[in-house]
Design a protein around this ligand. Structure first.
Ligand code: GTP
Ligand code: MG
Length: 195
């Protein structure tokens, strides 16, 4: 699946702009700068497919990428960016809620959590939103190359603990590094085998 063509489809700012719901899709959610765009690039093996950047809040649209004609990968704008204007945040939260609740073909949300930080309060908001929308979500820990073994183990434990109160949580997490390639094959297999 990942060996085939991958294309940027479009950036969406309203529900009316979503492509036809004619295939299964997975989305990538997470705090601004957590590594969503980098992960999509690592998964697809295209360096600059999704624009990754040091500037938080870089991805402001819902970006659709097509894996052949059988799957969409959906890059969601990051949340928790302190300097984003209030009106923009409100508009984005409304769109996110509509998307999560209304997108029939959304099969799983991957929620990215920085391995250095674990689950933070801003993450809890989206996890609860996913519970309410009854969208199964799976945590993907990012930037694993940036932490030592002890921090890694401690933050994995913190995440597993936090997931216990979320009924929509998938009980297994994936630890990744887009930089070093850790966990990327595992995630590819997960995306490819979702039905
Ligand atoms: P927004 O679009 O702003 O929400 O950010 P994002 O979640 O898409 O993050 P992005 O992929 O743009 O990455 C943010 C920064 O983290 C960039 O400087 C990346 O190079 C860096 N980064 C992402 N993944 C990794 C990783 O696995 N390891 C390391 N060391 N750096 C990473
Ligand atoms: Mg991004």
């Amino acid at each position: 699946l990942f060996a085939g063509p991958v294309d940027f489809v479009k950036g969406v700012v309203a529900m009316s702009g979503l492509p036809p719901a004619d295939r299964l899709e997975v989305c990538f959610a997470g705090r601004s700068n957590v590594g969503k765009s980098s992960l999509i690039n690592a998964l697809t093996g295209r360096k600059n497919l999704a624009r990754a950047s040091n500037t938080p809040g870089r991805t402001q649209e819902i970006n659709y990428f097509a894996l052949g004609d059988s799957r969409y990968l959906v890059d969601l704008p990051g949340y928790g960016y302190a300097e984003a204007p209030v009106a923009i945040v409100a508009k984005w939260q409304a769109l996110l809620k509509q998307y999560l609740q209304g997108r029939q073909t959304l099969r799983r949300a991957f929620v990215l959590i920085d391995t250095r930080h674990g689950v933070k309060e801003v993450d809890e908001e989206i996890l609860s939103m996913l519970d309410r929308a009854a969208v199964t979500f799976q945590v993907v820990m990012t930037k694993a190359d940036k932490v030592n073994r002890a921090t890694r183990e401690a933050n994995i434990a913190q995440v597993m603990q936090a997931l216990q109160k979320h009924p929509a949580a998938y009980p297994e997490i994936v630890v990744t590094s887009s930089e070093k390639g850790e966990g990327i094959e595992t995630l590819r297999a997960l995306v490819a085998t979702l039905q």
